[in-house]
Design a protein around this ligand. Structure first.
Ligand SMILES: C[S@@+](CC[C@H](N)C(=O)[O-])C[C@H]1O[C@@H](n2cnc3c(N)ncnc32)[C@H](O)[C@@H]1O
Length: 368
């Protein structure tokens, strides 16, 4: 069913443009931009809201980028904000965060860190098929072949091109590029490479998580580590290969750092990180360490903190918590869950994923 002249009033988390149908029902439209007037077709009609797709842009938003950097924007599932001017993307992300935390009295964003929005990605997964490479179309399993991906580093693209020449059936490979420009994939014989960060050398592999934005990762590391008080014991949860641990360890008395990824913990233990015990443990399970800590540092994946971590916080009530998050929705849920005990003292946004809808935030919470 088609609807004409729908005005897009908002871009929400998830990247969709939001409009209202004549019935008053909200409709979520991918690749629509705040300020657009569009004709749409409904793709899914639910009880309280619908999804639609653009059939025609009647009047384009002034926020749209007139010369998008990639011909696949609007089709490829990678860059949902790629058709929006970069400064406006940042503004939209800021509004999403402010809206998300609107129930927290006095909430403010202290700073937003941005950098070059192209060629920033040094950690990614890419699909190879029939002598080429590419990605899935938005919301589908349909492969689209591309010649380039302008948000990924040149060195990774070069390696993908070399590998894809011999590919036939669909395969997905993981890549990481280190600070020397060396690229490894998960089919290489070499398991890991050294990576220089502001606080010291780490070991990274193509299979384990690593911060993906080469221009902002040092700043993120410095800022997040600077928010924790010096000289105390720190419990660090979701530590990965030690990206923050290496900085926290410079001024902590002792750290217990926890993650369930076998490879990440192996790499963390191999790096030269002082005063730290790395523990491999699934934080979805009951967790009650005997380690006494003054501060808590957490950096969970999109799902946010597990119930057992929330329980641990409520039982131990550390003086301060630094929460690094890639999902403002679960971050808000978790902070709300402990808000009777904590105030948000500082809040930062790092645009680690330009041109996508993803938002990285860092909050410092202090005991009331
Ligand atoms: C966003 S990454 C952060 C990693 C690290 N702090 C960094 O900046 O590189 C989230 C980490 O949480 C870990 N993780 C996810 N679920 C977990 C769980 N249930 N128990 C323990 N670790 C988990 C992942 O293995 C991953 O390393």
């Amino acid at each position: 069913m088609q609807y004409k002249n729908i005005t897009i009033t908002d871009n929400g988390y998830g990247g969709y443009g939001v409009g209202t149908l004549g019935s008053g029902k909200k409709v979520f439209v991918p690749f629509a931009v705040t300020g657009d007037v569009v004709n749409i077709e409904l793709t899914e009609d639910k009880k309280n809201f619908s999804y639609g797709k653009i059939v025609e842009i009647v009047k384009p938003s002034l926020l749209r980028d007139e010369e998008p950097y990639c011909p696949h924007i609007g089709v490829c599932g990678g860059c949902l904000f790629g058709n929006i001017k970069y400064s406006e993307q940042v503004n939209i992300k800021k509004q999403i965060v402010l809206q998300n935390f609107k129930d927290f009295e006095g909430f403010k964003i202290d700073d937003i860190f941005v950098q070059n929005p192209l060629r920033y990605r040094i950690k990614c997964s890419i699909k190879l098929k029939e002598g080429g490479f590419g990605f899935y179309k938005f919301n589908s399993r349909e492969f689209i072949k591309v010649d380039d991906c302008p948000i990924i580093s040149e060195n990774i693209i070069k390696k993908v091109k070399d590998l894809s020449e011999i590919s036939q059936d669909l395969t997905e490979l993981n890549f990481i590029e280190n600070t020397e420009g060396e690229v490894i994939s998960n089919i290489d014989n070499i398991g890991y490479v050294a990576f220089d960060t502001f606080f010291g050398e780490l070991l990274v592999s193509a299979n384990s998580f690593f911060q993906g934005n080469r221009y902002l990762l040092d700043k993120l590391q410095q800022k997040a580590c600077s928010l924790i008080g010096k000289g105390g014991n720190i419990l660090e949860l979701y530590c990965g290969n030690g990206f923050f641990t290496v900085g926290l360890a410079k001024s902590a008395k002792a750290i217990l750092a926890v993650d369930f990824d076998r490879e990440a913990i192996k790499l963390a233990r191999l790096a030269d990180i002082q005063n730290t015990k790395f523990l491999r443990y699934d934080l979805n399970r009951h967790f009650a360490p005997s380690f006494k800590f003054d501060s808590l540092f957490v950096d969970p994946s999109r799902q946010g903190l597990s119930k057992s971590v929330i329980k641990l916080i409520r039982d131990k009530l550390p003086e301060e918590i630094v929460y690094v998050s890639c999902n403002p929705t679960t971050m808000k849920r978790d902070i709300k869950n402990i808000s009777e005990f904590y105030n948000i003292r500082e809040f930062y946004i790092f645009d680690m994923f330009p041109n996508t809808y993803h938002i990285e935030s860092v909050a410092r919470l202090e005991r009331k």
